[in-house]
Write a protein that binds this ligand. Structure first.
Ligand code: NAD
Length: 439
C-alpha cells in the first residue's frame, strides 16, 4: 500500500482520495480552502455526491484518510501525489493551467524522497511533459520525480460509483518505473487498465469528452430539424438506439450540455487544434450548436409572449444535471439573467442547487427590473405562474403530474428543456406544452 497525497478536493480530487483510502492506501487530501478542510475533518463533504460522506467517515475513522491545508508535510512524505485541481476555461478557450503550476511548484520545493506525480486534472496534450520539466527546474532536494497522466472519467452525481467501478483506468507514462507504480496503486481496484504514453492519455480524455459533446449536439441538431419537418426526436432516438454501433446513451435532445467539463473541454481541444494550425470543424460545430441550444426555449417563449415583464415565471431545476449541486455552465445561468433583464418575477426550485444559486442571484429584486424567489417545491413555484421553464430532470420535478400544471398555474404554459412528458399527455391535461424536437 502507498502513501498518497491528493492536491485539490473538488469532485475529482476528493472522490479519488476517498476511493484510494477505501482500497487500503494511506491518503492525505490537500486543499487551499481552510473552510473545506474543516468541514471534511468533521465528515461533511463540501460537494453533493451520492455515497461520498459515508466513505469519508469510514476511512477517516479507520485512520487511512485525512485532510489538510499543510501541503509541505503532505507532499514531503508521499510516494505519489495526485493533482486534481481545476483547469478552467480562459476567455480565448484555452485551459488555465495556473492552479496546476502552483501545485507543481509546491511539490518541487517540498518533496524529500523519490515521488511519482500523477495529473488527474484534464490538461491539454503536452502539459504533463511541461509539468515534469517545471518540477525538475524548481526541485530543491536531490530526488527523482516523474510525471504520469491519469485522466478522470467520473460523472458528477455518480462519482463514487464511477470510480470504484470504472469502465477503464487510463495511465499515461514514459517509464517502466512510473507505469509499474501506477499499476500497483490501481491493482486493488481490480479494473481494466489501459497503459499508453503520456500524450495519448491526455488525448484520450479530450477525445472521449468531446465525442460525447458532439453526440449531444448532433442529437440537438436532429431535434431542431425534427421540429421543422414534423418528426419526433424521441421516436427517432429510440429507433437509433437499437443499433450497437450508435448505442443507447447520450441520445437525449434538450437544452444543451453544461457542467464543468464538456463546455471547457470542447473549447480547449478546438484551441489546441488552432494552435497547431488545424481547424477542428466537428468540435467547433458542437460548440456552436450547444451555445444556441441553451436559449432555445427562452427564444420560443419570447415569440409566444409579448413580454416577461410582471409575469410570474416558475423555474424547475437549476443545476446542469440531476444528482449534483454543480451549476457550472448550467442552462439556468444563461436563461435566468435573460428573464430577469426582461422583468420576470421568477419562482425557482431545485432540490439541491438553490444554495449555490443564491450566492450568484440573491433572493429579491435583481439589478434589472425582475426578481427571484426560491421556493421549497415545484408546487409552490407553479402556484399562480404564467409560464414554467423546466431546466433539470430531477426526480422531484419529473414527479409533477401534467394535471398539476393545469391546476396550479394561472396559465398552463410549459417550456420543457428535458422532454419529461409525452406531448399527447400534456395536451390531454390542457397544458400548452413546448419541448425540444417534438411537435
Ligand atoms: P473543482 O473546482 O471542484 O475542485 C478543485 C479544488 O482544487 C478546489 O477545492 C480548490 O480549492 C482546490 N485547489 C486549488 N488550488 C489548489 C492548490 N494549490 N492546492 C490544493 N488544492 C487546490 O474541480 P473538479 O471539478 O474536481 O475538476 C478538477 C479537474 O478534473 C479539472 O481539470 C476537470 O476538468 C477534471 N475533471 C472533472 C470532472 C468533473 O466531473 N468535475 C470529471 C473528470 C475530470
Amino acid at each position: 500500500m502507498f502513501k498518497i497525497a491528493v492536491a485539490g478536493t473538488g469532485y475529482v480530487g476528493l472522490v479519488a482520495g476517498v476511493c484510494f483510502a477505501e482500497v487500503g492506501h494511506q491518503v492525505i487530501c490537500v486543499d487551499i480552502d481552510d473552510h473545506k478542510v474543516k468541514m471534511m475533518k468533521q465528515g461533511i463533504s463540501p460537494i453533493f455526491e451520492a455515497g461520498l460522506e459515508e466513505l469519508m467517515r469510514k476511512n477517516y475513522k479507520a485512520g487511512r484518510l485525512d485532510y489538510t491545508t499543510d501541503y509541505v508535510s503532505a507532499y514531503k512524505a508521499a510516494d505519489a501525489i495526485f493533482i486534481g485541481v481545476g483547469t478552467p476555461e480562459q476567455p480565448d478557450g484555452s485551459a488555465n493551467l495556473s492552479y496546476i503550476a502552483t501545485v507543481a511548484r509546491q511539490i518541487a520545493e517540498n518533496i524529500e524522497k523519490d515521488c511519482l506525480v500523477v495529473v488527474k486534472s484534464t490538461v491539454p496534450v503536452g502539459t504533463n511533459d511541461k509539468v515534469e520539466q517545471f518540477i525538475n527546474d524548481f526541485l530543491v532536494n536531490d530526488v527523482k520525480v516523474e510525471v504520469a497522466s491519469n485522466p478522470e472519467f467520473l460523472a458528477q452525481g455518480t462519482a463514487v460509483y464511477d470510480t470504484l467501478h470504472a469502465k477503464r483506468i487510463i495511465i499515461g507514462t514514459e517509464s517502466k518505473w512510473a507505469e509499474n507504480m501506477l499499476m500497483q496503486i490501481y491493482e486493488p481496484f481490480k479494473l481494466p487498465i489501459v497503459s499508453v504514453n503520456r500524450r495519448s492519455a491526455e488525448m484520450i480524455k479530450y477525445a472521449s469528452n468531446d465525442f460525447l459533446a458532439l453526440k449531444i449536439s448532433y442529437m440537438n441538431d436532429i431535434a431542431n430539424l425534427c421540429e421543422l419537418v414534423g418528426a419526433d426526436i424521441q421516436d427517432v432516438a429510440k429507433g437509433m438506439s437499437f443499433d450497437d454501433r450508435i448505442g443507447s446513451k447520450f441520445l437525449n435532445a434538450g437544452i444543451g450540455y453544461g457542467g464543468s467539463c464538456f463546455p471547457k473541454d470542447t473549447k480547449a481541444l478546438e484551441y489546441l487544434a488552432r494552435q497547431n494550425g488545424y481547424e477542428f470543424r466537428t468540435v467547433k460545430a458542437a460548440i456552436e450548436v450547444n451555445a444556441d441550444q441553451k436559449t432555445l426555449l427562452f427564444k420560443k417563449a419570447s415569440r409566444r409572449l409579448i413580454t416577461f415583464h410582471g409575469l410570474k415565471v416558475a423555474v424547475l431545476g437549476l443545476t446542469f444535471k440531476p444528482g449534483t449541486d454543480d451549476l457550472r455552465e448550467a442552462p439556468s445561468l444563461e436563461n435566468i439573467p435573460l428573464l430577469l433583464e426582461q422583468g420576470a418575477d421568477i419562482y425557482a426550485y431545485d432540490p439541491v442547487g438553490m444554495d449555490n444559486f443564491k450566492r450568484k442571484y440573491p433572493e429579491g429584486a435583481a439589478n434589472g427590473s425582475g426578481s427571484i424567489t426560491y421556493v421549497n417545491g415545484p408546487e409552490e413555484a407553479l402556484n399562480g405562474a404564467n409560464v414554467c421553464f423546466i431546466f433539470t430532470e430531477w426526480g422531484e420535478i419529473k414527479a409533477v403530474k401534467p394535471a398539476e400544471y393545469k391546476a396550479k398555474m394561472r396559465t398552463p404554459l410549459v417550456y420543457d428543456g428535458r422532454n419529461l412528458y409525452e406531448v399527447s399527455t400534456m395536451k390531454e391535461a390542457g397544458v400548452e406544452y413546448y419541448s425540444v424536437g417534438r411537435k
